[in-house]
Design a binder for this molecule. Structure first.
Ligand code: GPV
Length: 755
């Protein structure tokens, strides 16, 4: 094996290099080291198609996976340079949004590590998801120019080009490639497509741009604004561009590996990550047709090749495109989709399962379910809800297609990289085996009765809180107290995730602090930390952000309350912020309305890093609760059955709760109090107040009292530091199940059969 020395990649002494020169040297070194490891090969290959890959910064991750981290850091240190300086210099790729995109990134890491030949396929967004900043206590969006001019990128241009024909124009794509390094193993690749004509100059103010010029704007943004028709059509353009490239790439590669196309399913497995890549199904049928394969056989080949993952039970999140949009974007798919529709109509009468409905809308998930061989949910409860209610008519037709694959996370990024202190403590006790065999973390369990070890665990957490506080101060100038309880809710802003419930708790806490006598005041300060972006057109989500920031200011200005409570919102929450935040968390807020969070994956990251979950019995929280036992998690709120029944009855009335619970009413009304209006905007605060009082579609009020009571217990239990760290230890020990290595092994065994 080659000895890699960074010095040999720089053309002057490391001490004298600019950060850019060092970064470029590290890119070249990493590229060579990855090439030396080699790439996973095999007859059958996975094509994981996804609109998002939320990969996070790659420098340290790649060095760790390639086994070069310590050596490169030492070499830099010897030259008086710090790897942390370069980690800071690196831009986080802006290629994803939330859990679905981060899941795709964890999956690629695990595929590479497990030796599975796999390609991620997606789009090379120039600006990706917007960058969030706060001004006047509100969210502002600006383009994230993550591909900084003059800086080399992990993304390499390849000589691969495809023609993609749209109804009104045809474009030539270029494929870019990012190495996905496996942990002490071979590599896979992430293939991202772009068109050379895309022009960042069409971006006007903030994230607005001319939506009509497809050749210039096609890959500028992830999830461009879809509040008007031009925006929705652009999304269809993006989706077709993505899948047409994916299909062409896959057919080419399979033929190269020896497929005669009739046997395509022996050469390729396609995983459709939610419905955005659904058009790969008709596109493959079309391309197989062009290559001489009849329709019925093509349908069967595609069904044997494709599998679909569902990530939500929110009906409004299931994509449904007017056939007329597809007619404009990819008219060549229309006759195929119509044939698929006719095929389904010939067999089933139920309107619910049709491909094209009576208003000529195409139901993307329905195509996936009929014309793939596997349909999976992402946590046990989620899959059960799909089978029993949301997709019940399909489950009746195809019980054999439905299966569960509980999500996972890669422990290399979410412990080894982001929590070096805990990594060292754990590995010092049980060795390094857990990094590829996560169940070995259970060997920590006996240490639950070792006070010295629990004290060390406490010390690691304390250090992480200090490190986070320093990062936050540098990142946005916010000062937090590392001696306070870090109570964290970080995830996309969505009403179903119920940041507003946490907000109401914080208001109530503030109101109580104002009434307490000096001798009743709490021992530990609580720092409630939010990290969340709201979709730019999601009005109420932005109102919730506004209210959170305003409340933070109100409390800050109160000399007594601010000693016991702080509310903080992290600006531009992304993977980088998460890697700083999660190792520092004491409490993991997972408080979605039961039945609505398909899985959640931050719940797993917090657990692995020794935070205690405060959550509803929703998504993967249910499995966390089963694993750690009731002493090591705090659950509250209505069950998913109760919630589903209440929706069915249709009799939910938030006012009845508001009228019965004085503290709830006072907290809700505080949103529009003089104190809040002095900080914020009446339009936003009134709208949120009215929304909660008149609609509260995600039922925060029924869970409010139980949430407050449970959170009081959590904070009380926090005072017994040893008992708390025992809970943390149990959580860490039991986190092994949530390794994405386990998830991927199950996909391989049940769905892909790559080997
Ligand atoms: I649908 N998810 C997401 O991040 N974006 C989406 O558009 C959709 C789902 C998330 C779910 O909300 C999480 O519960 C889940 O853990 C994650 O996908 C990965 O499965």
């Amino acid at each position: 094996m080659t000895e890699f020395s960074l010095a040999s990649y720089a053309n002057k002494p490391l001490a004298e290099c600019t950060e850019l020169e060092l970064f470029n040297a590290l890119l070249s070194l990493t590229k060579d080291a990855a090439a030396e490891k080699g790439y996973n090969q095999g007859k059958k290959r996975l094509y994981y198609i996804s609109a998002e890959f939320l990969i996070g910064k790659l420098l340290s991750n790649n060095l760790i996976n390639l086994g070069l981290y310590d050596q490169v850091r030492a070499e830099l240190a010897e030259a008086g340079r710090d790897l942390a300086e370069l980690e800071e210099f690196e831009n986080e790729p802006s290629l994803g949004n939330g859990g679905l995109g981060r899941l795709a990134a964890c999956f690629l890491d695990s595929c590479a590590t497990l030796g599975l030949p796999a390609s991620g396929v997606g789009l090379a967004y120039h600006c990706g998801l917007f960058r969030q900043s706060f001004d006047k206590n509100k969210q502002y969006e600006s383009p994230d120019y993550w591909l900084r001019w003059g800086q080399e990128s992990w993304m390499r241009r390849t000589p691969k080009h495809y023609t993609v024909n749209f109804g009104n124009l045809s474009v030539t794509s270029t494929m870019y490639q990012i190495d996905v390094t496996g942990y002490h193993s071979q590599c896979d690749t992430l293939n991202l497509f772009d068109v050379d004509t895309v022009d960042e100059r069409v971006i006007k103010n903030r994230i607005n741009f001319d939506k009509s010029q497809v050749a210039k704007n096609l890959t500028l943004f992830l999830y461009p604004d879809d509040s008007d028709e031009a925006g929705r059509i652009l999304r269809v353009y993006q989706e077709y561009f993505m899948v047409s490239n994916a299909a062409q790439l896959m057919l080419d590669e399979c033929v190269e590996r020896g497929s005669n196309l009739h046997d395509l399913a022996d050469y390729a497995a396609v995983q459709i990550n939610d419905t955005h890549p659904t058009m790969v199904i008709p596109e493959l049928i079309r391309l197989l047709g062009e290559r001489g394969i009849g329709f019925d056989e093509a349908v069967q080949i595609v069904r044997d090749t494709c599998a679909y993952t569902n990530h939500t039970i929110l009906a409004e999140a299931l994509e449904c495109w007017p056939l007329s949009f597809i007619e404009r974007v990819a008219p060549q798919l229309v006759p195929i989709i119509q044939q698929l529709d006719a095929f389904v109509r010939g067999q089933y009468e139920d309107d619910f399962v049709q491909v094209i409905d009576q208003w000529q809308n195409v139901h993307m998930a329905n195509i996936d379910i009929h014309f793939s061989h596997s349909v999976n949910g992402v946590a046990a409860l989620h899959t059960k809800i799909l089978e029993d209610s949301e997709l019940a008519p399909f489950y009746k037709i195809y019980p054999e297609k439905f299966n569960n694959k509980t999500n996972g996370i890669t422990f290399r990024r979410w412990m080894v990289e982001c929590n070096p202190g805990l990594n060292k403590l754990v590995s010092g006790k049980i060795g390094e085996g857990w990094k590829t065999d996560a169940e070995q973390l259970e060997q920590l369990l006996p240490l639950a009765d070792d006070p010295a070890f629990l004290a060390q665990l406490d010390q690691v957490k304390r250090t992480n809180k200090q490190t986070f506080a320093a990062w936050l101060a540098a990142h946005q100038g916010t000062v937090v107290d590392p001696d306070s309880v870090f109570d964290v809710q970080s995830k996309r802003l969505h009403e179903y995730k119920r940041q507003q419930l946490n907000l109401l708790w914080a208001i109530r806490k503030y109101q109580r602090l104002q009434m307490l006598e000096a001798d009743e005041l709490p021992k530990h300060k609580v720092t409630v930390i939010f990290g969340a972006k709201a979709a730019p057109a999601y009005t109420i989500a932005k109102d919730i952000i506004h209210a959170i920031i305003c409340l933070g200011k109100v409390i800050e200005a109160d000399p007594v309350a601010s000693k016991y409570l702080q509310v903080v919102m992290i600006e531009n929450y992304n993977v980088t912020a998460a890697q700083h935040l999660i190792p520092a968390a004491d409490i993991s807020e997972q408080i979605s309305l039961a039945s609505k969070e398909a899985s959640g994956t931050s719940n797993m990251k917090f657990m692995l890093n020794g935070a205690i979950t405060l959550g509803t019995m929703d998504g993967a929280n249910v499995e966390i609760a089963e694993l750690v036992g009731e002493d090591n998690i705090y659950t509250f709120g209505d069950s998913s059955d109760e919630v589903i029944a209440r929706y069915k009855r249709g009799d939910y009335n938030p006012r009845s709760y508001y009228e019965k619970d004085e503290e709830l009413a006072a907290a809700v009304d505080f949103l529009t109090s003089d104190a809040m209006l002095a900080q914020g905007d009446a339009t936003n605060l009134n709208r949120l107040h009215d929304e909660l009082l008149n609609k509260d579609w995600f039922m925060t009020f029924p869970d409010f009292a139980d949430y407050c009571a449970t959170k009081a217990q959590v904070l009380k239990d926090y005072e017994d530091r040893e008992a708390w760290q025992r809970k943390a230890l149990v959580n860490i020990s039991k986190a092994g199940y949530f390794s994405s290595d386990r998830t991927i092994a199950q996909y391989e065994k049940d769905i892909w059969h790559l080997r």
